[in-house]
Design a protein around this ligand. Structure first.
Ligand SMILES: Nc1ncnc2c1ncn2[C@@H]1O[C@H](COP(=O)(O)OP(=O)(O)O)[C@@H](O)[C@H]1O
Ligand SMILES: [Mg+2]
Length: 356
C-alpha cells in the first residue's frame, strides 16, 4: 500500500519506490524538487540542496562554487579555518546575504523564489549573542516567539516548554545579564526550536564557552537531532565536528571533502600522530620534528606540535631523545589517533585553527 502525506512544507513521508516517487514529483514539482534517493525502500528527503553557489565581494570570490546537500535528520558539521567562507555560506542559506549566483533549496523551496517558505523552515543561530541582557530569559523568548508570529498565549506555553528543553527550567525569571555564557547560548538555542523550524543552522555556537558548557550545549544539539531536527553546525574545531554524522571540510571558498568522521580519518592516509606539548616553538624544533614526520608533516598547534608518523610508538621515544639532545624538554609526548583537524592539515597543509 502506498501512503503519502504532504505537509505544508512539501515534506514527503512515503513507502514508495524511487521511481514511484519521481513520477509523483514529475506531476507536481512544487511538492519536492530535489534528487530523490531510495534507501531500503524509504525515501529520504533532501532538507537542503546547494548547487554551484558563488559569492563575490567586489572582485573577490569568497565562495567558489559550493555543491552540497543535507538529508532530513542528518547532523552535518562544516569545518574550516577562519575566513574560509563558512558564515557567508550559511548567511546565504538563511536568506540574510544574497548569492552572486547558484541555487539553494530548502525542502525544495528556492531561497530566492520561495524565500518566505524557505525562511520559515530554518532556525539560524548566529555566532554572536543576541538576547537582551536587561530582559529575563522568559521575556526574551516571549519576544522572539511573538516575532515568529505566535499568539501570546501560545508563546507563553512554548516559552516554558523550551526553557525546560534547553536546561533552564528554573532560570526563566532571571535577567539574562545574570546568566553564564553557557546559559545565554542555551537560551538563544531555544529561539531556533520554534514550531516549523526544521533545519537548524548554528554558526560556531560554542566558541568562547568553557569545556563543560560546550559539552552541555553539544549534548543538547545531539538530543535535538535525535528527536528529528536536521542540524547544520559550523565550526573550526575538530572535536565539535566529531559528533556529526557527516562532516564537510571547507577551505578558501571550496568544499574540499565530505564524509563520516571515521571515513575521513581512514581515507586521510594518516596512521598515527605523536603529540608534543612544548611551551617553546622555533624553527630548530620544527626542523627536528620534521625529520620524523612522513613527508616532513608536522603541524604547529596551540600547545606544541603534532607529528604525523608511520609508526608513532616507535617514533615517540626517538622524538623525546632528539629534542633532549637539542636541550628541549617537552612537558608531554603522547601517541594519538588522527583527528579531523589532522585530516584538514593532511589535505591542505594548513592548520584549521591557530598554528603557523
Ligand atoms: N561583507 C563583506 N565584504 C567583503 N568581504 C567579506 C564580507 N563578508 C565576508 N567577507 C570576506 O569573505 C571571506 C569569508 O568570510 P566568512 O564567510 O566570514 O568566513 P568564516 O566564517 O569561514 O570565517 C573572508 O575573507 C572575509 O573577509
Ligand atoms: Mg564565520
Amino acid at each position: 500500500m502506498i501512503h503519502l502525506q504532504f505537509s505544508s512544507y512539501g515534506k514527503v513521508y512515503c513507502l514508495l519506490t524511487a521511481q514511484e516517487a519521481k513520477d509523483i514529483v514529475k506531476e507536481d514539482p512544487s511538492i519536492y524538487t530535489s534528487k530523490l534517493k531510495s534507501e531500503q525502500g524509504r525515501i529520504k528527503v533532501e532538507a537542503l540542496i546547494v548547487e554551484n553557489l558563488i559569492k563575490k565581494y567586489e572582485d573577490v570570490q569568497v565562495l567558489k562554487g559550493i555543491d552540497m546537500s543535507i538529508k532530513e535528520g542528518e547532523f552535518y558539521a562544516l569545518m574550516g579555518p577562519n575566513g574560509s567562507g563558512k558564515t557567508t555560506l550559511v548567511s546565504i542559506i538563511a536568506s540574510i546575504t544574497p548569492p552572486t549566483s547558484g541555487e539553494v533549496k530548502v525542502y525544495g523551496y528556492d531561497i530566492t523564489d520561495g524565500a518566505e517558505e524557505a525562511r520559515r523552515l530554518i532556525g539560524y543561530l548566529p555566532g554572536e549573542n543576541f538576547s537582551s541582557p536587561l530582559l529575563s530569559g522568559e521575556e526574551n523568548l516571549m519576544y522572539f516567539a511573538q516575532l515568529w508570529g505566535l499568539p501570546k498565549s501560545e508563546a507563553r506555553n512554548l516559552t516554558h516548554e523550551l526553557l525546560a528543553r534547553v536546561g533552564l527550567p528554573a532560570e526563566g525569571k532571571k535577567r539574562v545579564s545574570h546568566y553564564s555564557s553557557g546559559m545565554k547560548r542555551r537560551l538563544e538555542l531555544a529561539t531556533i526550536l520554534f514550531p516549523g523550524m526544521k533545519i537548524l543552522i548554528l554558526d560556531e555556537p560554542v566558541t568562547g564557552l568553557d569545556p563543560s558548557a560546550r559539552k552541555e550545549f553539544l549534548g543538547l544539539l545531539r538530543e535535538i537531532n535525535k528527536k528529528g531536527a536536521t542540524i547544520f553546525l559550523i565550526t573550526h574545531i575538530g572535536e565539535d565536528a566529531e559528533i556529526a554524522s557527516r562532516v564537510g571540510l571547507i577551505d578558501e571558498g571550496k568544499l574540499i571533502v565530505e564524509g563520516k568522521p571515521g571515513e575521513l580519518k581512514k581515507n586521510s592516509g594518516l596512521s598515527s600522530v605523536v603529540s608534543v606539548r612544548l611551551g617553546l616553538k622555533n624553527r630548530e624544533i620544527l626542523a627536528s620534528l620534521g625529520s620524523f614526520g612522513r613527508d616532513g608533516k608536522v603541524l604547529e598547534v596551540e600547545d606544541g606540535y603534532r607529528v604525523y608518523c608511520k609508526d608513532a610508538e616507535e617514533a615517540a621515544p626517538r622524538i623525546l631523545k632528539a629534542l633532549g639532545a637539542l636541550g628541549y624538554e617537552p612537558s608531554r609526548v603522547g601517541i594519538e589517533k588522527p583527528s579531523l583537524e589532522d585530516v584538514f592539515f593532511a589535505l591542505t597543509r594548513k592548520p584549521v585553527r591557530g598554528g603557523v
